[in-house]
Write a protein that binds this ligand. Structure first.
Ligand SMILES: Cc1cc2nc3c(=O)[nH]c(=O)nc-3n(C[C@H](O)[C@H](O)[C@H](O)COP(=O)(O)OP(=O)(O)OC[C@H]3O[C@@H](n4cnc5c(N)ncnc54)[C@H](O)[C@@H]3O)c2cc1C
Length: 417
């Protein structure tokens, strides 16, 4: 063999090897790492693995068990969606790109595939037919086991580096690799959520911003004393004033020892801002005008008239608030029963976290990061919050669905990094 032949053969072998390595890399089983084994992460893992049997899906969960928060939802009944899903039930219209792809049809198909029967109450709230959150978690876990999805618990992911693939570091120095990463790390709200900044730090280190975090869907502490009426529940129309901003909602208020709770307060708490002067006004008689109340109260001595329309324990509270003794003042007070908000009860007692990664930093139709290709951010880690009634879990499912669908499409098309 002369020198020319030798060089040519060497060159051909080199090219062949390169091609083989490339082919092997392309054929290598793709790995999808899901950080967070909550509602969004678990559903996303199932949808991907169902569509692509030959990929490896790994769920990393910092707690000892997956889906712990699901069991707390809806007082253990899991209000998992609502019939009236619309972007205007959330803090931003930006969610519409996700909601439109996951209508009631897709939602019910997903849960029917999981074998979970559904039922809807008179207010459009959707629950598992068993009214047990455990039914939902059991179905997710069963599917995960049947599909062979790997679940690693008691592991906190602390750093992710996006190079040729993703290097995923855990706090105990374990290192993993993946082709796709889904950040399904949720927020700081709820008992046992083990609040930690790690996931937000990861997102920041990868170029994302984090909008200020605060507790939402929670009770609010008031300056005015509520101890004497604590435990009382009433149907009211309530308005929150946070600086110039006003929001109104109707429903049940529950008076606590040192503040206000109940669904109507939870809904309004999304608009509470610590830095702004904030008040909540309760209207005990939303269907009456001040004049109508005045007229009705005028028919009897004041205390007797109040006892005819308010719970006994509230009457004393009302009387103690009166400065003068005119019927106009009482009637107006009953429609503007004002509380000054001094604080919220905090993340531990909240259902959701307000703030997180702004939707503007992800593709609104796929939830892929605009800064890190092949990384997706879903669920509560995003700055998306909805009102009480199944809207937050619905977004968790919906965001899992669109991100999962997009990853499946990409892998099927054989997209390269
Ligand atoms: C008491 C309570 C009641 C609620 N009731 C309802 C209801 O009835 N209806 C409704 O719509 N919504 C309800 N919610 C809100 C709903 O539970 C959340 O919106 C939803 O669970 C968000 O899902 P997620 O997957 O984004 O986050 P999560 O469910 O919070 O899951 C995130 C997971 O990621 C894990 N994790 C975080 N960081 C890391 C890390 N670095 N490494 C590894 N793992 C990590 C966490 O441990 C957690 O398990 C309720 C919330 C609470 C607290």
């Amino acid at each position: 063999m002369n020198v020319q032949h030798f060089v040519l053969s060497f060159f051909l072998i080199l090219v062949y090897n390169k091609l083989m390595v490339k082919k092997m890399q392309e054929e290598k089983k793709k790995t999808i790492a899901i950080i967070g084994g909550g509602a969004s992460g678990l559903l996303c893992s199932i949808l991907i693995k169902k569509a692509l049997k030959d990929v490896s899906v790994v769920v990393f969960e910092r707690q000892a068990r997956i889906g712990k928060k699901i069991l707390q939802t809806g007082n253990g009944k899991c209000n998992l969606s609502n019939q009236n899903i619309h972007w205007n039930c959330y803090n931003t219209w930006g969610v519409d790109g996700v909601l439109q792809q996951f209508s009631f049809k897709e939602f019910s198909e997903v849960f029917s595939d999981l074998g979970v029967w559904l039922t809807t109450d008179s207010e459009g709230r959707i629950y598992p037919y068993s009214y047990r959150a455990q039914t939902v978690l059991d179905a997710l876990v069963r599917e995960i086991e049947e599909l062979g999805i790997e679940v690693i618990t008691d592991i906190t992911i602390s750093e992710i580096k996006a190079l040729d693939d993703f290097s995923i570091y855990a706090t105990d120095f374990r290192l993993y690799h993946a082709d796709y990463v889904i950040m399904a790390t949720g927020g700081l709200a709820g008992i046992g959520a083990s609040p930690s900044q790690e996931s937000y730090d990861i997102l920041k280190s990868l170029g994302h911003s984090i909008l200020p975090l605060s507790s939402g869907l929670c009770a609010l502490k008031t300056k005015e004393k509520t101890k004497s009426i604590s435990g009382l529940r009433m149907k009211v129309k309530a308005s929150i004033w946070a600086g110039e901003h006003q929001e109104t909602s109707s429903g049940e208020v529950l008076f606590k020892e040192d503040g206000l709770s109940g669904i109507v307060i939870f809904d309004l708490s999304r608009f509470y801002q610590k830095k702004k002067h904030c008040t909540i006004e309760l209207d005990f008689f939303p269907t009456y005008t001040v004049e109508e109340i005045e007229q009705k109260l005028s028919l009897r001595p004041l205390k007797e008239a109040l006892l005819g329309c308010l719970p006994k324990m509230l009457v004393q509270d009302v009387l103690s608030r009166l400065k003068g003794n005119t019927l106009k003042e009482v009637s107006s007070l009953l429609k503007h029963y004002t509380y000054t908000i001094v604080d919220s009860y905090g993340f531990l007692h909240a259902q959701i976290t307000l703030g997180g990664v702004p939707l503007e930093e992800v593709n609104p139709f796929t939830l892929e990061s605009l800064y890190v290709p092949k990384m997706y951010i879903i669920g509560e880690a995003l700055d998306v919050d909805g009102k009480c009634g199944g809207y937050n879990l619905h977004f968790a499912w919906a965001s899992a669905y669109v991100a999962g669908k997009n990853i499946v499409e990409k892998i099927k098309k054989g997209e390269k990094r």
